[in-house]
Design a binder for this molecule. Sequence first.
Ligand SMILES: C[S@@+](CC[C@H](N)C(=O)[O-])C[C@H]1O[C@@H](n2cnc3c(N)ncnc32)[C@H](O)[C@@H]1O
Ligand code: SF4
Ligand code: SF4
Length: 300
Amino acid sequence: MKLSSFAYFAGFGIKTVLFRKKDPILGTIILTDKCNLKCKHCSVNNITAVVHPYKQIKKEMRQLYDMGIRILFFCGGETFLWKDGEKSLRDLVTEAKKMGFLIVNVVTNGTFPIDLPEADLILLSLDGNRLQHNKIRGDTYDIIMENVQNATSDNICFYMAINQINKNGIRDVCLKAKNMPNVRAVSFNFHTPYPDTKELLLSPREKAVCCNVIAKMMKEGAPVFNLKSAFPYLIRNSFPTPCHQCVVMENGKLSTCGRCIEVEGLCEKCGYFFVAEYTLLFRGNIKIIFEMLRTYLKYI
Ligand SMILES: C[S@@+](CC[C@H](N)C(=O)[O-])C[C@H]1O[C@@H](n2cnc3c(N)ncnc32)[C@H](O)[C@@H]1O
Ligand code: SF4
Ligand code: SF4
């Protein structure tokens, strides 16, 4: 991370903690909900299957930038399906950087060739070992591994949503992240139980076992892009929700925290690690602040 970006984020953090401000810093734009997969745990694919036009996405980017947001995520649906005439996902990332976003990340299912060196991180979903991943995501593991191997840059971070199907696959994903040259890290979430995927939710006891495995893998040198100090809060779901420093924009509609904010009762069972990490950080949790500094400077 550039020193100037670090200074900007440090200033934002200090102001937020001291004055209990609720201004956002992290924004996600949903490029489309169209997707080539239909994963077992996912409730947000192919609801409209509309690919939002370049002009609209650019306007949304400008709106987020003007609100003070400096960390931008492009998400979907499948982001690599996005295009508008000659414009591709790569143009969106370049445009975002030009506009002044300090960190620009893309979330993808990894089933398309990866040529996106302009992104700070490519969060690529890998949901366990080959068997577990394919059970959740269809027969895609091998093509994803091939795409990761052939990627033109080393800015990939595996992204695993831990649920009842893959809860024993954490170690495998950590080892892949450690051993593949193009992979910088791995980041985890627990399954967030939308009404149609409730059965995949982990109990607090199961979450504790998973956190122990992640902590052990961290100790053994696995590049985990999460904060260990947030684990106790994630296990008990005792972190504050929603995260006021995060917003999501989908088809012109701005929501605080996630597009899931409107699902009744979901925040109490939220499994997203970023929510725990950011809300604790901005409440001034000292352990989280120091661990966040170390982790972010290492991987971005
Ligand atoms: C909705 S997908 C969109 C981007 C891309 N299609 C992908 O799969 O990475 C973004 C991330 O959300 C995760 N996800 C989907 N449903 C979830 C849920 N109910 N709880 C936690 N994570 C979830 C996916 O596994 C994926 O890592
Ligand atoms: S690839 Fe992503 S958007 Fe598509 S179904 Fe799977 S999790 Fe959902
Ligand atoms: S806290 Fe609520 S709105 Fe935010 S990601 Fe979790 S479930 Fe979604």
